[in-house]
Write a protein that binds this ligand. Structure first.
Ligand code: XMP
Length: 513
């Protein structure tokens, strides 16, 4: 058990893991648990503080997630955020109402600087609001510590009982001094020491995996990408040769990538791993023949992956556990949190209903990408691998719009290799979040050497992003784009046009499907 931790109780809001991550950024360990967690369990965990998340409900709605009074009497500091603040008010006898004007977006909030929560925060500070209900009157014993022109209780506290509540969201970037407020809660209210580091995550995860796996055998789905590489090395540290890494070359990898992955994780590489490479190109192309619909393609690729792993597991014999490098944004976007399904990331939502393993282990499931990278460095994985740009599990399958064929894979691989080469040559690779070529399903008329052509258009994508949940299109220099475009049309047979994707996420997504 972690020595010093904060728990986040999840009332169904969108930013639950983000809150946990912000607390971890304060060097305090933090976990998210369901709001219904029993008081006994909470006491056992002995947290230094509890944070109630936001949520979509009104406290008065039928079936709204609620808590009893008792949690406020444990003597553990509590911070309620948005719905969590309204719930605190409601349960402790304040009044919550539908606000005459909903507040949404960046809002100037006037705070009382005498509150420890706002120590070193500007008196007028921009916060992110997103609410329809509001606290009309704080419960007895509470002091109002912030307001806006339309929200009389934007924050309240009962400092003696260590209960704090904010109507806005301190965890999102738009709340300019939100980190300061969370850090004030963690350090000045909960009196944390802040001695948690990524190394503690690594150590604890290794210990937990050992306990779970015992003498069992484990199979790791290794793609060579950052997430599964970190998961593989983590597992290998935990259970050594009980682990076998299976790398499936599904024919949807980047140019030469299969050999590159084998060079790192195979017998010639620096890790002492059981490594199996399965060349399954034809099998995947066969399953994908004639399929155009993006979600179907994702599900087919996800399912086929699992079937290959199951077959490999049978060959090894008595494998109980399957390891995947799923990370938090995969979970959220696949709709396994409470958000809408955007696309089935194949590590998660793309899994078939039936999976023939006793258990799936996803040690990175609660981490964001940059946290995974920190864990990777902690595990001694070389920087060039840790900072590789992400590559999706379904690979080029979701960068070829419409039906996948071996010929289209060849086109997109060659175009992408040229793009990556030129980006690196221009010294731009370290500054970009992700960049790749995709094959549009569009053919158009061109002219080459006086001849008419009717060939495919390649789309180039480059984005900057902190967490891959949102992204903006990178502004690449025209000189570089010009070189890339002319090399692609000259060197890649079947392409006569190159487009650049200027869309952000939202409204687009990073990948094309
Ligand atoms: P999207 O397209 O959802 O991509 O905006 C966000 C990030 O996730 C990666 N991605 C995936 N990763 N399995 C993965 O492991 C998947 O199915 C998948 N789909 C998208 C994408 O490359 C980007 O970094």
């Amino acid at each position: 058990m972690e020595k010093e931790m904060i728990i986040v109780l999840d009332f169904g809001g969108q930013y639950n893991q983000l809150i946990a991550r912000r607390v971890r950024e304060c060097n305090v360990y933090c976990e998210v648990h369901p709001y219904s967690m029993e008081l006994e369990k909470i006491k056992e965990m002995n947290p230094k503080g509890i944070i109630f998340t936001g949520g979509p409900n009104s406290v008065y709605a039928d079936g709204a997630p609620r808590c009893g009074k008792e949690i406020f009497e444990l003597g553990i500091p509590i911070l309620g955020i948005c719905y969590g603040s309204q719930l605190m008010s409601y349960v402790l006898g304040g009044s919550v109402k539908t606000a005459p004007v909903s507040e949404y977006g960046k809002t100037e909030v006037e705070v009382n600087k005498d509150s420890v929560l706002f120590s070193d925060v500007c008196e007028k500070t921009i916060c992110w609001m997103s609410h329809t209900d509001y606290i009309e009157r704080a419960p007895e014993g509470f002091q109002v510590t912030a307001h806006t022109p339309v929200c009389p209780v934007a924050a309240m506290e009962n400092a003696e009982k260590q209960l704090y509540a904010v109507q806005f969201h301190p965890e999102v970037m738009h709340t300019q001094e939100g980190m300061k407020m969370l850090s004030n809660f963690v350090y000045q209210v909960c009196h944390c020491k802040g001695d948690w580091r990524m190394e503690s995550f690594v150590e604890n995860t290794i210990r937990q995996i050992r306990e779970k796996v015992g003498k069992g055998k484990v199979l790791c789905a290794l793609s060579g990408g950052v997430d599964s590489s970190v998961a593989a090395v983590l597992l290998s540290k935990a259970v050594g040769k009980q682990l076998t890494c299976v790398f499936v070359d599904h024919g949807l990898l980047r140019k030469n990538e299969g050999d590159e992955v084998e060079a790192v994780f195979g017998p010639e590489g620096p890790y002492d791993l059981n490594f199996i490479r399965v060349n399954a190109q034809e099998r995947f192309y066969g399953k994908l023949a004639g399929v155009e619909e993006p979600e179907r393609k994702r599900k087919i690729i996800g399912e086929e992956f699992i079937r290959v792993f199951e077959e490999e597991a049978k060959k090894i014999g008595s494998v109980d556990f399957l390891v995947q490098g799923t990370i938090y944004p995969d979970v959220i976007e696949s709709g396994l949190g409470k958000s809408a399904v955007i696309k089935s990331h194949h590590n998660v939502g793309g899994l078939p209903d039936y999976v023939d393993f006793k258990e799936i282990i996803e040690p990175l499931r609660l981490l964001f990408k940059d946290e995974v990278r920190r864990a990777g460095l902690e595990l001694g994985i070389p920087e060039h691998l840790v900072y590789r740009q992400p590559f999706p599990g379904p690979g080029l399958g979701i960068r070829i719009i419409g039906e996948v064929t071996a010929e289209k894979v060849r086109i997109v691989q060659d175009a992408d290799a040229i793009y990556r080469e030129e980006i690196a040559r221009a010294g731009l690779d370290k500054g970009l979040g992700q960049y790749f070529a995709a094959l549009t399903n569009m053919r158009s008329v061109g002219v080459m050497g006086d001849e008419r052509t009717y060939d495919y258009a390649i789309a180039l994508r480059a984005v900057n992003t902190a967490d891959f949940m949102t992204a903006e299109a990178s502004q690449l220099p025209w000189e570089v784009l010009g070189v890339v475009a002319s090399r692609i049309v000259n060197e890649v047979k079947g392409v006569n046009r190159v487009l650049f994707d200027c869309t952000g996420k939202p409204p687009a997504t990073v990948e094309f499907e």
